[in-house]
Write a protein that binds this ligand. Structure first.
Ligand SMILES: *[C@@H]1O[C@H](CO)[C@@H](O)[C@H](O)[C@H]1NC(C)=O
Ligand SMILES: *[C@@H]1O[C@H](CO)[C@@H](O)[C@H](O)[C@H]1NC(C)=O
Ligand SMILES: *[C@@H]1O[C@H](CO)[C@@H](O)[C@H](O)[C@H]1NC(C)=O
Ligand SMILES: *[C@@H]1O[C@H](CO)[C@@H](O)[C@H](O)[C@H]1NC(C)=O
Ligand SMILES: *[C@@H]1O[C@H](CO)[C@@H](O)[C@H](O)[C@H]1NC(C)=O
Length: 759
């Protein structure tokens, strides 16, 4: 205290004495210049102005990102004598965390455009990117390289992201790995991941960020886009009642979306307008889904301005244009500079409590809550919002304890934080996120166009184009197609013989199936495709094409009665299938669509997809069998790498095989499944997709071709495999030229081609 009195006496000469006797001074531009960059001021040199440093792309301001003009006319933080303000080259985190492999070149630090390559020790195989470049946002391009050996573990080695350390080296079910970031990096994403029964790790791969690391617009729109799309599509109204028992109903009006934008002085005026536009875009996009959510929209600083009131939605029907008008007409007057995040969450909590009282506990239980908060997290009033967030969680989770996990309530609350501003308080903000699945924390560079991000996340056309998107409800007649919206029934009736096969919709006009479904001489008029898209079950067939190398009799003389190599065919329909939640293409390998589904960022390759999809030497896959008018899911494990030899050798035991040369029967184009813990394919399953789910997207990796033994009995199609029974499936990664020549053909005007990856 004595110090400040002494100090204001010194500076009093240059200061104005304002009303009320408080000493207020303007700041000066002395000693605040930045080498290699420039700065902007939010309120010129007056008290409360914020000075924001700007650097060219690939550089960041050091040691400070901003300064603040204080009442006494000085800047906080004061200039540092021995560490002058300058633009420093952006760095990427330490890549020398790779286990069982080499990183080159070794450098003390890695800057933008520096390249690194990764190689595994012999006996180890690599997943992820073997070459990475340091990007201007402070992240490495591509994905984390991982060297691992098949250990028979349930989950694949999750690797170590650049700049991190990991504890935990056993990857069996329920094993945990923990991450931390080294040096002055901080962790974004899951600190802890658990190996789950389905062979996948819980949560999301964490990353280590510097204060200068941020997410690009593309990263945000992809990550947030897929998260919100998943939420919105599962909110679709569904009336599934069975024997009067309600299975899962999401009625209209049970989705509550809360949006809040920080307008305290740390974020300037033009940005308030931009935020208004961004929110308008976001809610317009959401309205393209079959949902009508209730909205609470708030602008806040030390006060809370409730622009759209959620309680109004319970009194009357509010149309979209009313919401948009309310946002447009909102003006902030006499804005004060504080930020009270706790007040914001308290308002949300209050609104939720009132809704709960009004609709009753039972209905409230069906409500889903999505909170989106835009802030830099610099709260300076009201205290920490954490206890209030805990109360919100308690309210939504209904005090669910760990033992009582019959139905996880965590799906009912998502808190997304968009960290935006000059200086972000990451630790405080990250703690406020909630929800399962993908990212809930986004670190956005200050002058990023949010509207553009939202504009590209939910594009009606794009949603239609999302391959493999499906629901994961438990099957009932009605929801069966939503779980497998791509399956089709293919019937070929020719010369008195009837061949039943399955197929998969791979574009609105093409069905992928097995070549052996088509007996020699069959014509398009002998083929029927059934796929109920709500526009009639039976689809007209224009033509079909078998793989040019397919020849079932090719090796008769060599002792192979039926040779199934290249057992793949494409059927072209006359009209496009109408895309909806009950009819949608499955994702197929080596396409850009599949890279998006797998969340591979930037330029990706076919090989990367293969690495993501075939992670272990015993990869769990599924295929379908038709029972009545619906399909049921079977499970099998592809034997890859070391285990493949043992699996395929049983092919020689198949009827009609007299050769002893294995390669004459099974080529590299087949995946092998079977053995005691798998299901076996039945007659009629042929041509169907062998697939893997990646979150809510389905990727077809193979198609059912042939098997050694027929164990199926009428009325029992879910048969288990015996010790030596094996099935062989055409690996779609091995028939790319054929798929690409037709589906990727852009030299025709019949259909929109798929975008195949170049390698
Ligand atoms: C607000 O900030 C942006 C980016 O930092 C800048 O371009 C704009 O001029 C500022 N607007 C005002 C009114 O200060
Ligand atoms: C890494 O980047 C820095 C800064 O651009 C540059 O000086 C250096 O030569 C680069 N190193 C390599 C090996 O490319
Ligand atoms: C939900 O609301 C939309 C739009 O108002 C309407 O088209 C739809 O039929 C409603 N669904 C249910 C289940 O009430
Ligand atoms: C949840 O717990 C809180 C405090 O622990 C209690 O006040 C509240 O009544 C509980 N709510 C329910 C629905 O059990
Ligand atoms: C299939 O292979 C056999 C044996 O090599 C050959 O005679 C026959 O012409 C082939 N058929 C086709 C359609 O290529």
């Amino acid at each position: 205290m004595g110090f400040s009195v002494h100090w204001s006496w010194l500076t009093a000469f240059s200061c104005l004495l304002c009303m009320g006797g408080e000493v207020r001074c303007d700041c000066t531009e002395e000693k605040i210049q930045i080498e290699g960059g420039h700065y902007t001021l939010t309120k010129q040199l007056t008290v409360g102005s914020m000075l924001i440093y700007q650097c060219p792309k690939g550089y960041y301001p050091h040691p400070y990102l901003s300064r603040h003009c204080q009442a006494d006319g000085t800047w906080r933080k004061p200039p540092k004598r021995f560490d002058p303000q300058r633009c420093k080259l952006v760095e990427c985190p330490d890549p020398f965390v790779l286990e069982y492999g080499n990183v080159s070149p070794p450098q003390e630090r890695y800057f933008v455009d520096n390249e690194t390559t990764y190689e595994c020790y012999s006996g180890y195989t690599m997943r992820g990117s073997s070459k990475r470049v340091c990007l201007p946002n402070g992240k490495w391009s591509g994905s984390t390289p991982i060297c691992s050996r098949d250990s028979g573990d349930n989950c694949a080695d999750p690797g170590i992201p650049a700049g991190a350390s990991r504890t935990g080296n056993i990857f069996e079910i329920d094993d945990t790995v923990k991450y931390s970031c080294n040096g002055n990096l901080f962790l974004v994403g899951s600190k802890e991941r658990v190996c789950q029964e389905n062979g996948q790790w819980s949560g999301k791969e964490p990353a280590c960020y510097y204060r200068h690391t941020y997410d690009t617009s593309l990263e945000v729109s992809e990550a947030f886009g897929s998260a919100i799309k998943d939420s919105l599509t599962t909110f679709e109204p569904l009336d599934d009642t069975q024997e009067g028992r309600i299975i899962r109903i999401s009625k209209n009006g049970t989705l509550d979306i809360y949006i809040a934008v920080d307008i305290s002085a740390s974020i300037n005026e033009t940005q308030v307008d931009k935020a208004k536009d961004a929110i308008t875009t976001l809610i317009s996009k959401i309205s393209t889904f079959d949902v009508s959510p209730n909205y609470e929209i708030i602008f806040f600083s030390s006060e809370v301005f409730e622009v759209v009131k959620i309680l109004d939605f319970f009194d009357e029907k509010i149309v979209l244009s009313t919401i948009i008008d309310k946002i447009k007409n909102f003006e902030v007057e006499g804005r004060n500079t504080g930020t009270d995040l706790n007040l914001l969450f308290t308002k949300f909590l209050e609104r939720m409590s009132i809704i709960k009282l009004r609709v009753g506990e039972k209905v409230f239980k069906e409500h889903r809550h999505v909170l989106m908060i835009f802030s830099d997290g610099a709260y300076n009033m009201g205290g920490s919002p954490e206890p209030t967030v805990a109360k919100i969680k308690n309210m939504v989770y209904m005090n669910q304890t760990d033992e009582d996990k019959t139905e996880s309530r965590e799906d009912y609350l998502d808190i997304y934080i968009f960290a935006i501003g000059t200086e972000i308080f990451d630790e405080d903000l990250q703690r406020l996120t909630a929800g399962t699945g993908g990212s809930h924390y986004f670190r956005i560079k200050e002058n990023t166009n949010l509207q553009e991000i939202f504009d590209s996340i939910i594009d009606e056309e794009e949603v239609k184009g999302l391959c493999g998107l499906h629901k994961d409800y438990k099957a009932t007649e009605d929801s069966n197609r939503k779980m497998y919206p791509w399956w089709a029934l293919v019937t070929v009736q020719y010369e008195g013989r009837l061949e039943n096969c399955l197929g998969s919709l791979v574009t609105p006009k093409f069905i992928l199936t097995a070549a052996h479904c088509f007996k020699f001489g069959a014509l398009p008029e002998h083929v029927t495709v059934e796929l109920d898209d709500g526009q009639g079950r039976v689809k007209k067939v224009k033509t079909f094409k078998l793989h040019p190398n397919y020849n079932i009799t090719a090796k008769v003389k060599k002792g192979v009665a039926e040779f199934y190599d290249y057992d793949v065919a494409l059927i072209q329909l006359v009209d496009d299938v109408k895309i909806s939640s009950v009819a949608r293409p499955i994702c197929i390998p080596c396409t850009q669509e599949t890279s998006n589904a797998l969340k591979l960022v930037g330029i990706s390759t076919c090989k990367q997809q293969e690495q993501v999809l075939f992670k272990t030497h015993l990869e769990r896959l599924n295929f379908l069998t038709k029972t009545g008018s619906i399909v049921a899911e079977k499970e099998a494990h592809a034997n890859l790498g070391e285990t493949r030899g043992e699996c395929i050798k049983h092919a020689l035991e198949a009827p009609g095989i007299t050769t002893r040369t294995l390669t004459d029967v099974v080529t590299d184009n087949f995946l092998c499944t079977g053995g005691s813990r798998d299901h076996i394919a039945c007659q009629g399953d042929s041509g169907g997709a062998v697939f893997k789910n990646y979150e809510l997207r389905t990727i077809q990796v193979a198609l059912v071709s042939w098997g050694i033994t027929d164990l199926c009995k009428p009325g029992d199609r879910m048969v288990g495999s015996k010790g030596n029974s094996r099935d062989f499936h055409i690996n779609l990664f091995r028939v790319q030229p054929f798929l690409k020549s037709i589906l990727g053909n852009d030299a025709q005007n019949d259909y929109t081609p798929l975008q195949f990856l170049s390698d």
